[in-house]
Design a protein around this ligand. Structure first.
Ligand code: GUN
Ligand code: ZN
Length: 452
């Protein structure tokens, strides 16, 4: 198929900047074309009036009244936990023991893994998420399931097998040597295949032996384009436990650094209880934080300190962290991030600066900023010329209240904030994966219908 174009308002970002630089056209045109690898990329983006005469032959989909925006990027999400969202517990460690490990053991069944993976990917797309760093479970077949399904949908998607060889119950605990061999085999099979990527996935320091972390670090060094994902400094009891397990390391983050697990494309969820030295090490090594506000609110983990992390130059982006996270919707995550920014405490009694994150900033953290944090700047998340054509079409009339509030927006800033505060999946009218309209297999409510 040849070139195609879409006419609507258009929101885009500078792909390389370390802060949100917005490119907005109220009457814009996005032109995309399939490349030799079969992936559609953006060939032009700008004002309709200026661009249309350059491509008079190209068919234009007329979406005036709506807004094209980059597909959202979720920096940290557990697909096997789709079926345990909303499981209440007295904090992280009881939640893991009581629900999470018990449920993840079920992913040993490849048929169940396939079914959950399929539902999960369609749900992510329905919400406007087109790329994610995804956790499977410790069972290799759970990785196969989600990457097979992602490949079938043409997605740029990253996933990894969880490493957890200790302090984990039967059913999810893996074997040190075997887990590393399985990781290597999964990297060989999946990393760089079509638009897929692999992430080396040590669950967290307490669940991995020294030998397993050492093996993970060796694989991370041998495969620099492979991602690394883990959890760090999420909860006060977890941090205390790590201090007991690793009394000779300066901090929780220092454990990962000792094993070679801080580097570009390493993404750590939470990062609430980090100090100045930790922030400096993240910034110096190029590792990033996946801020997970709905999860931190649900488990009562604490409030991320944006001012301190940013002062040090830490790369960060937003994540749902489902199933501790409360929603797959990027709007819910951005909304929570805003309220978390306003908090003046961290969660352990320490004070932090209250910040008012701008809507442009919140949106950037879930698109181009997340891409930059994950080493995907210019590939997805920005709609820059040359980047892959993963985009969504937003409908400001999706609900009566959203329509009313957007009509009163005096600026782009107000309009974006209206979406962050009021929107949900109903506002995502279309989702395009590499230029192609995604046909939702689950019929959503409202106006959310795939249409070419
Ligand atoms: N720490 C270790 N495992 C997990 C998990 O599955 N979810 C969260 N939120 N934190 C973790
Ligand atoms: Zn997590």
């Amino acid at each position: 198929m040849a070139m195609q174009a879409w006419r609507a308002a258009c929101l885009a970002f500078d792909p390389e900047a370390d802060h949100p630089i917005v490119h907005y056209e109220s009457d814009g045109l996005l032109v995309a074309e399939p490349q030799s690898d079969g992936v559609w990329r953006v060939v032009a983006r700008g004002p309709y009036a200026a661009l249309r005469p350059q491509w008079p032959q190209v068919p234009v989909h007329d979406w005036r009244g709506r807004c094209i925006a980059p597909g959202f990027i979720d920096l940290h999400v557990h697909y096997p936990q789709t079926d345990i969202i909303g499981a209440p517990a007295e904090g992280l460690l009881p939640w893991l023991q009581r629900y999470t490990f018990v449920h993840e053991a079920r992913l040993a069944d490849p048929a169940y893994a396939q079914e959950v993976a399929s539902f999960f990917l369609d749900e992510m797309l329905r919400q406007g998420v087109t790329t994610a760093l995804t956790w499977a479970t410790s069972h290799p077949a759970s990785v196969e399931a989600v990457l097979e399904q992602a490949e079938a949908r043409g997605l740029r998607w990253i996933a990894g097998k969880v490493l957890q060889d200790r302090h984990s119950p039967d059913g999810v605990r893996d074997d040190t040597e075997g887990s590393l061999r399985e990781t290597e085999a999964l990297i060989a099979r999946w990393h760089g295949r079509r638009r897929l990527g692999y992430a080396i996935t040590p669950r967290f320091a307490p669940s991995c032996s020294d030998a397993q972390l050492q093996g993970a670090g060796a694989l991370a060094a041998a495969h620099p384009s492979v991602w690394v994902q883990s959890h760090v400094a999420e909860n006060v009891d977890e941090v205390r436990w790590v201090r007991e397990l690793y009394p000779h390391d300066r901090s929780y983050l220092a454990v990962y650094e000792r094993f070679g697990l801080l580097r570009p494309r390493a993404v750590y969820a939470h990062g609430i209880y980090l100090d100045e030295v930790d922030h400096a090490r993240l910034a110096a090594t190029g590792a990033a934080v996946a801020v997970s506000p709905t999860s931190n609110l649900f488990l009562g983990s604490g409030f991320f300190d944006y001012a301190a992390a940013r002062r040090a130059g830490v790369r960060l982006g937003l994540a749902s962290d489902v199933g501790a996270g409360m929603s797959f919707s990027p709007f819910a995550t951005m909304r929570a991030a805003y309220t978390v920014g306003r908090a003046a405490v961290r969660g352990d009694g320490a004070a932090k600066a209250a910040v008012s994150l701008t809507p442009e900033d919140l949106w950037w953290q879930h698109t181009a900023g997340a891409a930059r944090a994950a080493g995907l700047a210019g590939v997805v998340g920005s709609l820059a010329v040359g980047s892959e054509a993963d985009f969504i079409v937003l409908d400001p009339e999706a609900t009566p209240l959203l329509k009313r509030r957007c009509a009163h927006a005096a600026s782009l800033t107000e309009w974006l904030f209206a979406f962050i505060v009021l929107a949900d999946d109903r506002a995502v009218a279309h989702v395009h994966v590499a230029g192609q309209p995604h046909n939702f297999t689950q019929r959503p409510s409202g106006r959310n219908e795939a249409r070419a």
